[in-house]
Design a protein around this ligand. Structure first.
Ligand code: ADP
Length: 454
């Protein structure tokens, strides 16, 4: 911040100037000494005490310089910002150079103070809350917006920030900042119904900069969107059940006219798709609204993997791929079995769907190392271009919409996977190459693993 105001650099010319002026002042001293010696010499010669008079001249000269040094010391100690005392010779040069260096220093300081003042007043004017904490997490500085948004008061200076922002989500974030690169949303403890987005940045050794802003409007809009999707999905459920019921009743009848068969088949497959869409939307909305961490059931991984493998084989019957199961771990997972099964199932059906019929090899794996547990699904299917990977877990994001619809996809599968994994403190890693295949890897942290007894 202060690079714009570098401390004064004594350039070569400046140094030359100092040396030449030093010589100039030294000459004054020599002249004075010479003058005293000549006078003392003449007097001493006249009265016959030459050595004594010359010694007295030298002592007088030294006394005068000591007096000058005394004046300079008085000036530095008591009036450093005034003009220096007007003393001749080298002492004068010393006083003058001290005065000049001090003035330069004062200019730099004034510039810095102006800069800090400007930075501070712009931080004061910010609508965002800014708080700085020291290595002990004690509040060092904050702007007025912090008082409105976070409830930090004057008497909180040097108090621990975690004693003021006590929400468990914030405390967890404070200690594990790396796990939330975009910060977190919390309810405001000052205003009922308000929401705040908080982002922490570590600097120095353990100091932190907190920036927070009010996101109530965005939060309410987002909530409206979720409620709308939730309500409409619920509302669609009943008519869809009625429709599929009637379609089944019609097609089951003995006197069903075969010329309607195709139309009814299509109607049934479309209602099935809509049903799948509604179910996925409801599941996603439940996962989004219920942001709590997943349950702490012990999920028997060998049993779950075998179940998934059996389901995959049933689904694979119309695709004819080769399926492999590869379990190389004695760990179980801690979490919600239903949700994990649904997420893993999504990855497996995708691998089967997006691999051309009859030509694929799909391997479903579970293994672990010292640090993590890995659920993997590897296929040698159509693959995905690198540019799509960052957006793949967005709702309704499809690489090829037509193909996805053909295969009965809802476009929500990977969004569901992402949310389920998030609730388990896990994340998804995707490696893929067009026409070579893909590997989807769900990576679980160590604290979600436990040794199984087998
Ligand atoms: P969908 O219901 O369309 O399959 P998903 O959210 O499950 O939706 O997947 C999003 C998109 O990711 C899919 O439309 C597809 O383009 C791509 N995709 C997912 N898994 C694979 C895979 N194993 N191989 C190739 N593409 C895949």
């Amino acid at each position: 911040m202060y690079e714009h105001y570098p401390t004064p650099d004594i350039s070569r010319e400046y140094k030359n100037y100092l040396y030449s002026s030093l010589w100039h002042y030294a000459k004054q001293d020599l002249r004075l000494l010479g003058f005293f010696l000549v006078i003392a010499g003449l007097i001493g010669f006249g009265i016959g005490y030459l050595i004594l008079c010359l010694s007295l001249a030298v002592v007088l000269c030294i006394a005068l310089r000591l007096h000058a040094l005394y004046l300079i010391n008085e000036w530095i100690s008591h009036r450093p910002y005034d003009m220096p005392p007007n003393v001749p010779g080298l002492c004068g040069a010393l006083a003058f150079n001290i005065y000049r260096a001090q003035r330069k220093e004062r200019v730099v300081q004034a510039n810095m103070v102006t800069l800090i003042d400007r930075a501070q007043s712009s931080l004061f004017a910010l609508a965002e809350a800014v708080v700085i904490t020291d290595e002990l997490h004690q509040i060092e500085w904050w702007n007025p917006a912090s008082e409105h948004l976070l409830g930090i008061k004057q008497q909180d200076k040097h108090n621990n920030l975690l004693g003021i922002l006590r929400q468990p989500a914030f405390v967890e974030y404070f200690h594990n900042m790396e796990q939330h690169p975009d910060g977190i949303k919390i309810k405001s403890s000052v205003f009922e119904g308000h929401h705040v987005q908080i982002k922490l940045t570590r600097f120095g050794t353990e100091s932190r900069l907190l920036v927070a802003y009010d996101i109530t409007r965005v939060h309410n809009l987002e909530q409206m969107r979720k409620d709308f999707v939730d309500n409409i999905s619920h509302e669609l459920r009943t008519p869809l059940t009625v429709l599929s019921g009637y379609l089944e009743t019609f097609t089951d009848q003995d006197n069903f006219n075969p010329k309607w068969q195709r139309a009814f088949d299509q109607m049934q497959s479309q209602t099935r798709r809509m049903n799948a869409l509604v179910n996925d939307l409801l599941l996603l909305s439940r996962l989004e609204n219920d942001r709590k961490t997943a349950k702490n059931q012990i999920v028997d991984m060998p049993a779950l993997m075998n179940q998934l493998f059996d389901d995959a084989q049933a689904y694979n019957s119309e695709y004819g791929h080769m399926l492999n199961l590869d379990i190389d771990s004695h760990s179980d997972l801690i979490g919600s079995d239903m949700e994990l099964a649904s997420a893993f199932g999504n990855l497996i059906t995708n691998a089967i769907k997006y691999t051309p019929k009859g030509s694929g090899t799909i391997t479903i794996g579970w293994h672990d190392d010292q640090e993590n547990g890995y659920f993997t699904v590897q296929d040698n299917g159509i693959g995905i271009d690198l540019k799509h990977l960052p957006r793949l877990t967005e709702r309704f994001y499809r690489v090829d919409s037509a193909r996805s619809r053909q295969t009965g996809g809802t476009g929500l599968g990977l969004a569901i996977v992402k949310h389920v994994l998030m609730q388990h403190g896990a994340y998804l890693e995707i490696e893929s190459q067009v026409n070579q295949g893909s590997c989807f890897k769900a990576i679980f942290p160590k604290d979600r693993l436990c040794q199984n007894e087998n």
